[in-house]
Ligand binder design. Structure first.
Ligand SMILES: Nc1ncnc2c1ncn2[C@@H]1O[C@H](COP(=O)(O)OP(=O)(O)OP(=O)(O)O)[C@@H](O)[C@H]1O
Ligand SMILES: [Mg+2]
Length: 346
């Protein structure tokens, strides 16, 4: 099939260019602030397009900027859409709508469908699903403008984050709260800034672990990747907050790296992988995904969240994990395409 297949790499510019507005940051911003690695001249979408070409596919970019580009999509000559979209018109909450649009057009596309995108995007809903499946996730409360949607019995320290954002938007050193005063201040800041609910979770001290998962009928977890936070400056919470992910040049950014998790015994590795696959299935993720986990000193595994269509670049955790299995970035991208095509062929 390679060679003749035309693949459109679909992306939304707010995910790839320009800095987010400081007062109400909505997006991860990738091109200008490559994550924890050498600056890369190429945006992620071009890395993916190039990887597709290395697989013998004919790849081109399709920017989803406005209504006209949506309508153009309806006339695309692509055989498959490589879906890298995480927002529409700068609005992250429209991520699933784009996948739903592709469904209506009966276009074949990579990655999760609208259902999984919606379930994963609302972290409170996702956590309730995890709990239903017996998957351990930190105890939490979610509240919006005085209305409480969910309330566990919580113990400080807590972490407060927007319930429906990603890329550590709204998560910085101030997210970790140790008193009622700090908690109330942070909840009100998050609600004002994001105009949405705040998720208040028990803070889990532990190793920061990422599990890539690939597949559909029999999803497989990749080798365990860890973001080492041990060298963060004194007094800074050990979390992968905004500083660690995006503040290039800052100490927090420079001293943190993702790599193979070291020193895990086989049993823990297998448990982590098993839980990641369970999480993946529970939210109906497709083709590829990444599960974010905290592993405590005494071996307890807490699922923080699941990411359908996770960050995809040669230096992303998913690519690091594939690399640990000896697979190159183009091979990973090629596998995602094959998984998507196999779904439609079934
Ligand atoms: N309950 C928790 N206990 C300990 N650390 C946490 C907890 N919740 C979040 N964190 C820290 O904050 C980071 C970001 O949290 P989370 O993954 O929920 O945010 P996100 O914005 O969806 O991130 P991304 O989309 O980039 O993965 C986590 O990777 C972890 O380091
Ligand atoms: Mg995360």
């Amino acid at each position: 099939m390679a060679g003749s297949l035309k693949i459109a790499v679909l992306y939304e510019p707010s995910d790839n260019t320009g800095a987010p507005p400081p007062e109400r940051p909505r997006h991860r911003e990738r091109t200008a602030q490559p994550r924890r690695r050498r600056p890369r001249p190429k945006p992620d979408r071009e890395e993916v397009a190039e990887a597709l070409r290395k697989n013998g596919y004919e790849a081109f970019l399709h920017e989803l900027r406005d209504e006209a580009s949506l309508l153009d999509l309806a006339r695309t000559k692509a055989d498959l859409i490589f879906n890298m979209v995480e927002a529409f018109g700068g609005d992250d909450s429209k991520e699933a709508h784009v996948a739903a649009f592709l469904e209506l057009l009966e276009l074949r596309y990579t990655g999760s469908g609208p259902q999984a995108l919606l379930l994963a995007q609302d972290k409170a809903v996702a956590k309730q699903i995890f709990a239903f499946h017996g998957i351990r996730t930190p105890r939490f409360a979610s509240s919006y403008r005085g209305k409480i949607d969910h309330l566990d019995d919580l113990e400080f320290p807590l972490i407060v984050k927007p319930a429906c954002e990603d890329g550590s938007v709204g998560i910085d050193s101030g997210a970790l709260v140790k008193s009622v005063k700090e908690l109330l201040e942070r909840v009100s800041l998050i609600q004002e800034r994001f105009d949405g609910p705040a998720l208040i979770e028990e803070y889990i001290e532990g190793r920061e672990i990422y599990l890539g998962v690939l597949g559909n009928e029999k999803p497989q977890a990749l080798p365990v990747v860890e973001l080492d936070l041990s060298r963060l400056p004194e007094g800074m919470p050990r979390i992968a907050g905004k500083e660690v992910k995006w503040d290039k040049g800052s100490e927090a950014y420079e001293v943190t790296r993702s790599a193979a998790a070291r020193g895990l015994d086989e049993e823990t590795t297998l448990r982590l992988q098993e839980i990641a696959v369970q999480v993946y299935g529970s939210l109906r993720l497709r083709d590829y995904g990444r599960v974010d986990i905290r592993l405590t000193k005494d071996g307890r595994i807490y699922v923080i969240e699941a990411n359908p269509n996770p960050w995809l670049a040669p230096e992303a955790e998913l690519a690091i994990a594939a690399g640990l299995q000896g697979r190159s970035f183009p091979e990973l991208i090629g596998q995602i395409v094959e998984l998507a095509l196999a779904r439609y062929a079934a």
